[in-house]
Design a protein around this ligand. Sequence first.
Ligand SMILES: [Zn+2]
Length: 305
Amino acid sequence: MSQRPRLLYILAPSYSGSTLLTYLLAQHPAIATIGELKATRMGNIDAYRCSCGELIRECDFWSELTQRARDAGLEFSVDAFGTVYGDGGRFVDRIVRALVRGPLFETLRAAALGVLPERTTRIAAVTRQNLVLSRLVCDMQGGRVFLDGSKDSARLLHYQRSGEWDIKVIHLQRDGRGVTNSYVKHDRVDYDGAIAYWMKAVTELQRMRARLDDDMVYDLLYEDLCRDPEKELAAICDWLGIDELDHARSFDAESQHVLGNRMRLDNVSEIRLDEKWRKLLSPDKLAAFEDRAGELNRSLGYTAA
Ligand SMILES: [Zn+2]
């Protein structure tokens, strides 16, 4: 049996329910998490609130984690997690962050990284930072499975290549019409841009998904999670080999210390299926989506209706 620490990773496009899933899973005593370990897009750190409601600079959990991280020899603060892999030079970042593009590209990337020892050292240091922080969070929360809801493929690829973790992945998808509607609402892109962005994101995630052994992955649709959270969470716990969760229908964000998008502070603790896109997307937009992305959406399990 492997003695490596256990990592549960959420692989998903933005606006696909990963925050909801994180909160639900975080209630499990065997699972420890701070949400997205990459801790990007936090904005003004002095005004940033932990999900518990405190300013992150005043939250006891973060103070203690900071102290423990420093005691463990890490350079760490809430405005400098040091957990992001893409902080290097531009050329190398392009190589590292570009996603899986087939065996030839992988070989080229490996070769490029091989001749750049500085970059390799940098990657190893970031891996160590992620590894030590995840262990400290597990110690503080008493969990034995660390959940990282960072979502992107590149980070998972680094985790996998490091060989440091025993990794399981929840591959979460949501109806593309819902995701594109959210992109337009939150990211101020036009609808054509939103379709293109969603297709690119899903395609990258599917490529990453194809690299993973089937027994490593739990494929989950956001809509299924919302319709029957008890059933889906029981199946996930069974797949993880941990006890079933008692309260799978709701969560209390304030009892957790989770980073992530702003939706986490909207005070939504009951699970509601968000299908506002059905009202908000015009017939023209739905037709444009169907024309360009209908096939990809169906490949995820969604019908045209
Ligand atoms: Zn907190």
